[in-house]
Each structure stands twice: as structure tokens, then as C-alpha cells.
Write a protein that binds this ligand. Structure first.
Ligand SMILES: *Cc1c(COP(=O)(O)O)cnc(C)c1O
Length: 414
């Protein structure tokens, strides 16, 4: 079976057995060994010198269980290799800290995950220059590129406002300018979008969200799409300019971030996430369909002043979302007209869980300004179009009729 001839879910549910499994198990085993021994010392020496490939040494740098998950994500993202981390933030920190250095310039969407914005503060203190732009127009990105620009970073669908960058336009710009194009695919996931198709160089996924999908495990991943020529990238250390250039970038990320910084994914968590990926497309299709119904209901309700959802015709990037994602995803947000009703409405809901997470089997809800964007302050909130009455919903797998009824009764309080 080759991956271009089989469907997404066919591929994922059979992926574990492709590399061979012990005792005919249908899943990869959970390998909890912290170290791995060798029959011959030459092999141990070879692992350190990079001449023996595919062997495990010390679990900080991977186990057979994390490697099986990496292979699965590589397949989903149609890439050439993946490195997993303990969390999505671990994966993002790895990309920025191992591929950028003082004096480099990073162009990023200004609509990014709150903790990523906070991480940018750390990068600035380390001497990395960062310019934030509205990436819905490629012109805004092109206008700020300078000789020391190394990387462009965007998220596919921004949380909580659901802004979408000009993903193909930025891909073309990066290719022409020789820039690394890093796409955080967490909200769309490879079930809706494969960033390699728009020329992304690296894809980051938080596995804690829809990929794992059950709110039961944390993880993150960086996938190399094979689209970028690492021979042109000035920040690859001499030690990692060895072997096939296609692997230089992830080789450096694996050594400098996973080995030296140690945000390693455990085998138990990798197994949980791996099970979750088997139903990824089923869950994303179901929750996206419900999210569209809910978005349409909220739009027509007099208590709301705006609904942010890429599946609605009035969304500024509706056409792009339809062409590239085929759906609007499970993430939506809306603004209550009356800010004073914010807590009353949310407390009146019986089904959604009041929680900060995303991409769960259960619907999760949170008021944005007083929680996840509280620390950012009013100026950042204004820049990111976050209204005081904004409510974010991560739609789960409940029957849509139950959710609609619940919102209908709760919004009577607004
Ligand atoms: C949650 C999230 C992250 C961080 O992932 P964790 O696994 O929680 O560390 C990064 N990017 C986006 C878009 C996210 O939603």
C-alpha cells in the first residue's frame, strides 16, 4: 500500500503495523525503558557517531513508541520526518530556539496562540527581532521582509478570532525569498489541511488538541515537509550538515532541542495520542459539521453582535477556507452584545465544560478577555480584535440538537 492510493483513515488505522509489531499486536507496544542496551559495543559507538541509524539509546531522544507516533504524523502530514515533544509549546520553542539566533528576524502573524505571543517576549530578550503582521494579505508579509529575515510563522486558523492567513500566497513568497515557512496546523490538523500543499517548510502540531483528541494527553510535533533546501539555511551547525540535506533541519531540532533541552514525550502519552489519531478524521468531520450549525444559530440570535467562524459566508477568508480546508473546523467564537451577561450565559449552559482546552471530544467553552487574554492586557486584545464579550467554543462530539437547545436556553438570559 502506498499512501497516495489509500484514504486518510485507512492509512492511519493500519500505520502501526507497517513497521512490524511484536507478537502481532495491532498497536505498537508502550516501551517504558529509559535506556537501551547493545550486544556489541561497536553498535553503541555507532549510535553516538551517527553511523548506526534507527536504534534507540536513551529515552530522552525517543523510544520505539514515540518513533511510531512520529512515523504516523509524518504520514498524516505527507512529510519526510517528524520529531515529537512533551507539549505543543515544547515543539514551538524547539523550532524558534534551534533555528534562530540573535540578530535574526522573524515575521509572525499577530494572531497567534497566547503562549506563543508570550514566548516571543523571551525570543526578543535573546536578541531575535520579531515583526507582527496581519497575514491575511501576503503584501503585509512581503513589506516587512529584510535581509536578516529567516522565518515566517503563521497559524492556519487563529484562536480565538479564526483569522486565516493567505497560506498559499505566503508559501510562494517564502519560496521565492528563500525563507523558512513554519505553519502551526493545530486547529485544522492534517484531517482538514496539509500545509506542505502551500509550500510550508515545517509544520507544528499540538498533539494535546484534536490529534490526541480526548483531553487525556499532552504532546507536540514538528514535521519537515521536505520542501525547504537546508543547504541554503545559514543557522545549521557544521555538525548537522552531514548526510542527506533533507534531514539537516530536523537533525538539528532533535539534537539541540530534544536532547539538549529535554522536553521529551513519554511513551505512555505517545500511546494515548496514537490511539486518538485513529479517529481524527471522523471526529473532525463530526465536530466541524456541528460547529457550522452552531455558528449559523448564533449568527441569527439577537444576543450576539458577531460570530467568528470560517464556514460562514461573511467570514473574510471564507473562500480560502472552503478551497483549502473544506470545512471551518471545530473552533468558533462569538461576541455577546451585552458584556454584563457574559458569566450568566456561560454558567447557564449545561453541556459545555468551562475549560481552557481545545479539540476535545467534549464541547469546551471560555470567556476570552478575562481568562486566556487577561495577561496580554487591553492593548493586545484590541490589536487582536478580541472584544470584552467574546466567548470561545471548542465543539465536541455531542449531538448538535443537544448543543443548539442548550445555547438557546442559556442565551435567553442575555
Ligand atoms: C494549544 C496550542 C499550542 C500549544 O500546545 P500545548 O500542547 O498546549 O503546549 C500551540 N499552538 C496552538 C495553535 C495551540 O492551540
Amino acid at each position: 500500500m502506498t499512501r497516495d492510493r489509500i484514504g486518510f483513515t485507512t492509512g492511519i488505522v493500519h500505520a502501526d503495523r507497517l513497521a512490524g509489531v511484536e507478537h502481532g499486536g495491532v498497536h505498537q507496544a508502550i516501551h517504558t525503558s529509559a535506556q537501551f542496551g547493545f550486544e556489541r559495543v561497536e553498535d553503541l559507538i555507532g549510535v553516538f557517531q551517527g553511523t548506526v541509524k534507527g536504534s534507540f539509546n536513551y529515552a530522552r531522544q525517543g523510544t520505539p513508541t514515540t518513533a511510531a507516533l512520529e512515523a504516523k504524523i509524518t504520514q498524516l502530514e505527507q512529510g519526510c520526518d517528524t520529531v515529537c515533544f512533551a507539549t505543543g509549546m515544547g515543539a514551538l520553542a524547539a523550532v524558534f530556539l534551534t533555528l534562530l539566533k540573535a540578530g535574526d528576524h522573524l515575521v509572525s502573524s499577530r494572531f497567534v496562540f497566547g503562549n506563543t505571543t508570550s514566548l516571543f517576549g523571551t525570543l526578543r530578550d535573546l536578541g531575535i527581532e520579531i515583526t507582527l503582521v496581519d497575514p491575511s494579505s501576503v503584501g503585509a508579509v512581503a513589506a516587512v521582509v529584510r535581509p536578516n529575515t529567516r522565518m515566517v510563522f503563521v497559524e492556519t486558523i487563529a484562536n480565538p478570532g479564526t483569522q486565516i492567513p493567505d497560506l498559499p500566497g505566503i508559501g510562494a513568497l517564502c519560496r521565492q525569498a528563500g525563507l523558512l515557512y513554519v505553519v502551526d496546523n493545530t486547529v485544522t490538523s492534517p484531517a482538514l489541511f496539509v500545509p506542505r500543499r502551500v509550500g510550508a517548510s515545517l509544520v507544528v502540531n499540538s498533539l494535546s488538541k484534536t490529534l490526541g483528541g480526548h483531553g487525556a494527553a499532552l504532546g507536540g510535533a514538528v514535521t519537515d515537509t521536505g520542501e525547504f533546501d537546508w543547504q541554503d539555511y545559514p543557522n545549521i551547525f557544521r555538525n548537522y550538515r552531514r548526510g542527506d540535506p533533507a534531514y539537516w533541519g530536523l537533525q538539528q531540532i532533535r539534537k539541540k532541542a530534544l536532547r539538549d533541552m529535554g522536553a521529551s514525550l513519554s511513551s505512555e502519552q505517545a500511546h494515548q495520542i496514537s490511539l486518538g489519531t485513529e479517529t481524527l478524521a471522523l471526529r473532525v468531520n463530526r465536530s466541524s459539521a456541528t460547529a457550522l450549525e452552531l455558528a449559523r444559530f448564533l449568527r441569527s440570535h439577537p444576543a450576539t453582535s458577531a460570530v467568528h467562524y470560517p464556514g460562514l459566508e461573511e467570514h473574510p477568508q471564507f473562500d480560502l477556507a472552503r478551497e483549502w480546508f473544506g470545512a471551518g473546523s471545530w473552533l468558533l467564537s462569538f461576541d455577546l452584545r451585552d458584556v454584563h451577561a457574559l458569566t450568566g450565559v456561560i454558567d447557564a449552559l449545561r453541556i459545555p465544560i468551562k475549560a481552557t482546552g481545545l479539540g476535545d471530544t467534549r464541547t469546551l467553552i471560555i470567556p476570552v478577555a478575562p481568562t486566556i487574554f487577561w495577561e496580554a492586557g487591553p492593548e493586545v486584545r484590541r490589536d487582536m480584535d478580541i472584544a470584552d464579550g467574546m466567548i470561545r467554543i471548542s465543539v465536541g462530539l455531542e449531538e448538535s440538537s443537544d448543543l443548539l437547545q442548550d445555547f438557546e436556553q442559556a442565551l435567553r438570559l442575555a
